[in-house]
Ligand binder design. Structure first.
Ligand code: ADP
Ligand code: MG
Length: 389
């Protein structure tokens, strides 16, 4: 960034005082690797904001040979370039002191998509469609400025009062020059695209570009639908190999209730070759999103009538349900309760209620562990011994 541009962004050199004069800091909303985010109130208006406070006191060079100050100035620059989109976080104010930078953002009262997902275990197809469409629209805006985000994940997608998304954390985002390729290894392991790993493992291979964000969208969409990430393995090396080979599946029981359209979209996003991966426009015109449009836009009296009949019949059936309970084999319930949808939902919900706090941010790994339902070999052994006694 040019020197006078920096001056333009941060005119007030004694701005820590400036921040406290204008805002009253409140509780911590979240923490990142190098920052703390606090709710704060603008004294003059009483409006709430979120202040990202970046500590520069131990400023060292990162992998990219940039200091924290330089990286933050680039983040501010990019935030200003992408400003004005309904699904992207709005930067309201900036302050700088010798040891801290304060970025004041609009407040997202409903927090991270990550925490929302943990509280509900998985999202319905309808909710996933709602969130993914907004994410693709936000990303389309970002990419139209030749910017690649590089750290898309549910922790960096915030939810406002109406549960609409606000894409945030442009700390790894990068403005690409025409034809430029990137080689840095940055982002979060479970969301890394194969080409990012490949160009860091082998000499003389091509770098990467915008397509890596679409790969991350595929990982996010998979995770939203079933609550569990696609490439997870407790050994990170195996997970990275799974990513490079595009090795994931829809075989887990959660996928049985999910229709083909979202699976097809995920399949076309998680394509190892970035040139064959869907573009944002292609993703937005995928049948998964078309479904919503056609349903929302056209009113069809005949279909409406048919739907009413189905509803009435369903209500009658529900009222009769207690007289005709579904046959539930005690044997299956004991041996493999996870196969039965009702029990599966109860088991997952219980696991998340007890261990939800244990799901680590930035990893997505323990989230996957909560879905592991195979008995550990050694425990199985003890169990079998006990039973045979
Ligand atoms: P980092 O670059 O250090 O990861 P982020 O910008 O992602 O920082 O912010 C860290 C966390 O702070 C977010 O994941 C979120 O929980 C919380 N946070 C950030 N901005 C806001 C905001 N505008 N409203 C509410 N919470 C926020
Ligand atoms: Mg973050």
């Amino acid at each position: 960034m040019a020197k006078d541009e920096v001056e333009d962004v941060l005119p007030d050199k004694d701005a820590a005082k400036g921040f406290y004069a204008k805002y009253e800091p409140k509780e911590i909303l979240g923490r990142g690797i190098s920052s703390t985010v606090r709710r704060c109130i603008e004294k003059e208006t009483g409006i709430e904001f979120a202040a990202k406070i970046i500590d520069l006191s131990n400023d060292t060079h990162d992998a990219d040979k940039k200091t924290m100050l330089e990286a933050t100035l680039e983040e501010i620059n990019i935030l200003r370039m992408v400003a004005g989109h309904q699904y992207i976080i709005e930067l309201h104010d900036v302050f700088e002191s010798n040891t801290f930078i304060f970025l004041v953002f609009e407040l997202c009262k409903n927090g991270e998509l990550f925490d929302y997902l943990t509280s509900v275990v998985a999202l319905s197809e309808k909710k996933t469609r709602y969130i993914m469409r907004q994410l693709f629209e936000a990303l389309d805006h970002v990419h139209s400025h030749n910017i690649v985000h590089r750290d898309l994940k549910p922790e960096n997608i915030l939810l406002d009062d109406n549960f609409n998304i606000k894409l945030t954390d442009f700390g790894f985002a990068k403005l690409l020059q025409p034809g430029e390729q990137l080689f840095d290894l940055c982002g979060t392991p479970g969301y890394l695209a194969p080409e990012v790993l490949r160009c860091n493992m082998y000499e003389g291979v091509e770098g990467y570009g915008h397509e890596i964000d679409l790969w991350a969208c595929g990982v996010i969409m998979f995770t939203l639908l079933v609550g569990c990430p696609p490439f997870w393995h407790r050994k990170q090396m195996v997970m990275l190999r799974n990513i490079m080979e595009g090795n994931y599946s829809f075989a887990s029981p959660e996928w049985t209730d999910i229709t083909d359209a979202p699976k097809d979209l995920i399949r076309k996003l998680l394509v190892v070759d970035p040139k064959k991966r869907l573009t944002i426009r292609e993703a937005l015109s995928h049948p998964f999103f078309k479904l919503m449009e056609s349903k929302e836009r056209t009113f069809n009296a005949k279909k409406m009538f048919q739907f009413a009949i189905v509803c009435v019949r369903a209500m009658v059936r529900i009222r009769r349900l207690r007289f005709t309970p579904e046959p539930l084999s005690v044997h299956v319930a004991r041996i493999d309760p996870y196969r039965i949808k009702v029990l599966r939902k109860v088991i997952d919900a219980c696991a998340f209620r007890v261990y939800g706090h244990w799901v680590k941010k930035g990893e997505g790994q323990n989230r996957a562990a909560l879905f592991e339902n195979m008995p550990k070999t050694e425990l199985k052994h003890i169990y079998v011994n006990k039973l045979s006694r």
